[in-house]
Ligand binder design. Structure first.
Ligand code: TMP
Ligand code: ZN
Length: 416
């Protein structure tokens, strides 16, 4: 495949690039018309490192292009995610910071608008601190009364935190670690920040959930790494940490929660050992797996584009999009879906409304206008929130409205 010079961002070995989705804009780069001309593009391709086993992007976009003062992702925009964070807060409080620890410190990397920190307030014994480099979302967390360090997490940041607050009992990161190219710096920071018997917890999209569902739209500029149990275990071991538990999560279309501690501090669970063994059986080292995934992804994009063309051109139906997600940038661009077949997308995020989708330039309309629209079909670009959306849109469904999805394969959803 292309990109012969790509090398692993963690260990420098050659990267076997197995999926190339071509020219791609920034996934969260929703833009105005006057910005079309200078839009930034890069090549979206994914590869596998035979040495450290990490699946990763071949080409990286400089972080300053991604997490700026305009970063439009707000965790609390989904009810599902708020529920998820409430459960996570309870799990941290009960399982990881038992009563014997006095005023435990929980530090969250990539705290976004402070959704998890807010849920942790239900446990007043816990002290919290957020770290968030995107200033606009961090400001919301600060307005909500949280302590936030507005910078990228490094060994230096960790030293500063230890001086001011002491070492952390728990370091947590949700959908953050996979965004950070230099994980070595982060793990060095963990060594400084974590108490000897503390826990590191992070959850991110799980590579084998992506391959199992052909949810290739999870692949975009912000997601540098696509973790597996084996790759995380390998990385952790380089910094005297070990992976002791893994907990599959339904969020983000299939994520994995990884629990780590310093070597020999906590007993690895049988669940971890089982998942590790399962991944060995997956035999990802076999090149065929990458090629099969790529072929399925290309077919899915083509199938979606052709289905839309048939619905609109042949059958004269009206299809609109639902959820201007970062994921949708990958599928819309890879499949070449433009306003001629998908004229606009509804979205609840005010910062996106009135703007256009990256690359494909589809207008984004405020969600509140959806109920007066009555399109024949809705393309569900937030397929990972399907349950929440279908529950919310019973009125549209009762009127005969239909949802089209592309994950794991292109079809009209059964809403009966
Ligand atoms: P993301 O997948 O990149 O986080 O984007 C999710 C987008 O979907 C965000 O802009 C909010 C929007 N959204 C809706 O429009 N309606 C919904 O019901 C939900 C859950 C999200
Ligand atoms: Zn490597």
């Amino acid at each position: 495949m292309t990109s012969p010079n790509a090398s692993c961002h963690l260990c420098g070995s050659d990267l076997h690039v197995f999926a190339d989705f071509g020219k791609m804009p920034i996934a969260n780069g929703f833009l105005t018309e006057d910005e079309f001309e200078n839009e930034f593009f890069y090549n979206l391709a994914v590869g596998y490192c035979y040495d450290c086993e990490m699946v990763q992007l071949a080409e990286l976009v400089p972080p300053e292009k991604l997490f700026t003062d305009k970063y439009p992702f707000f965790t609390s925009s989904s009810r599902n995610m708020i529920k998820h964070f409430a459960e996570m807060a309870e799990w941290i409080a009960i399982d990881l910071t038992p009563g014997a620890i006095k005023r435990p410190l929980v530090v969250e990397l990539g705290c976004n608008d402070g959704t998890l920190l807010t849920e942790l307030r239900a446990y007043p014994e816990i002290r919290t601190l957020g770290i968030e480099p995107s200033t606009n979302v961090a400001e919301i967390a600060i307005i909500n009364g949280h302590n936030v360090v507005t910078e990228f997490f490094t060994e230096g940041t960790a030293q500063g935190i230890v001086e001011e607050y002491g070492q952390a009992d728990v370091i947590v990161a949700t959908n953050t670690m996979c965004h950070i190219p230099d994980l070595h710096e982060v793990f060095k920071g963990f060594q400084v920040l974590l108490k000897p018997d503390g826990y590191i917890v992070f959850e991110d999209p799980y590579w084998y959930a992506i391959t199992a569902q052909t949810s290739f739209d999870q692949i975009y500029d912000e997601h540098v790494y696509y973790f597996t149990v084996k790759a995380v275990d390998d990385l952790a071991s380089k910094y005297c940490f070990e992976l002791v538990d893994v907990l599959p999560q339904a969020v983000h279309g299939g994520a994995m929660r990884y629990v780590l501690g310093f070597n020999k501090q906590h007993r690895p669970t049988s669940r971890f050992r089982y998942m590790h063994w399962m991944e060995t059986k997956m035999d990802w080292d076999n090149k065929v797996n990458g090629d099969t995934f790529y072929q399925a992804a290309i077919y899915q994009g083509l199938d979606l584009a052709m289905s839309l063309v048939n619905m609109v051109r042949k059958d004269g139906k009206r299809v609109v999009g639902y959820g201007a997600t970062s994921k949708s940038t990958t599928i819309l661009n890879a499949a070449g879906i433009a306003p001629n077949i998908l004229p606009y997308i509804y979205d609840t995020t005010p910062q996106k409304q009135g703007k256009f989708t990256p690359g494909t330039h589809i207008p984004i309309r405020p969600y509140k206008e959806f109920k007066d629209d009555d399109p024949d079909y809705v393309l569900l670009l937030i397929w990972n929130h399907a349950e929440e959306v279908l529950a919310k849109e019973q009125e549209y469904i009762a009127k005969g409205g239909k949802f089209l999805t592309h994950v794991p394969y292109v079809r009209i959803m059964d809403t009966s």
